[in-house]
Design a protein around this ligand. Sequence first.
Ligand code: ZN
Ligand code: FE
Length: 257
Amino acid sequence: MANAPSAELVVVPCLADNYAFLVHNDATGETALIDAPEEGPIREALRKRGWTLSDILITHHHHDHIGAVDALRPGARVIGAKADAHRLPPLDLQVAEGDTITVSGQTTHVIDVSGHTIGHVAFHMPDAGYAFTADSLMALGCGRLFEGNAAQMWQSLKKLRALPEDTQICSGHEYTAANARFALSVDADNPKLISRIEGITQARADGQPTIPSTLREEMLTNPFLRADDPAFKGVLGMADASDEDVFAHVRAAKDKF
Ligand code: ZN
Ligand code: FE
């Protein structure tokens, strides 16, 4: 059970491998949507439950995260990064790092997680224990560096890593199985990774999402969160390298994998 106020989380598969998320407050009847990849599945998820959208939160400007905002926005408040307002659908509320807003009755913190894009934000709901990270921190991975550099992404991931360990990481794509193959290629002897992958393989065989994951399991198994771990540096043969250089090395290796 989530802490009060109630915050029921629904994971909505969209497009080929995207996820949108609904957070519903039973007491107030509000429902927040985080990212809007595709209208049909989101409308169906709402219709089945008799919910209507009160808020739409946007993580970043890529089309697979904003494509259905305009179709879904009537009646809802659209929230996104001030820094990206020029390339997002019209925003009813512009937010930036450090802002605290109330969404679906949930206190929600805005975290700048630039790297994949500049202006990418994550939304953390501390009482419910959800973090919506989209294409920053992902299950066993992190987003590609399209606009930012490795140092920026590493700083962003460290901010997310500082959240409570039981935070549920609600990331934007079902990339986990492919991320797992890469993680194993750089961290083959990590028993926690090996056992996590067994669970991932089973979930996918059953057609179940692997999202959300917990921050705790990411800290133990996600190679992109372990660039400052001396043991992992040793495994990579980079014992004397800076954390940023180790992160950049792992990110570049994943790009070529
Ligand atoms: Zn993206
Ligand atoms: Fe994406």
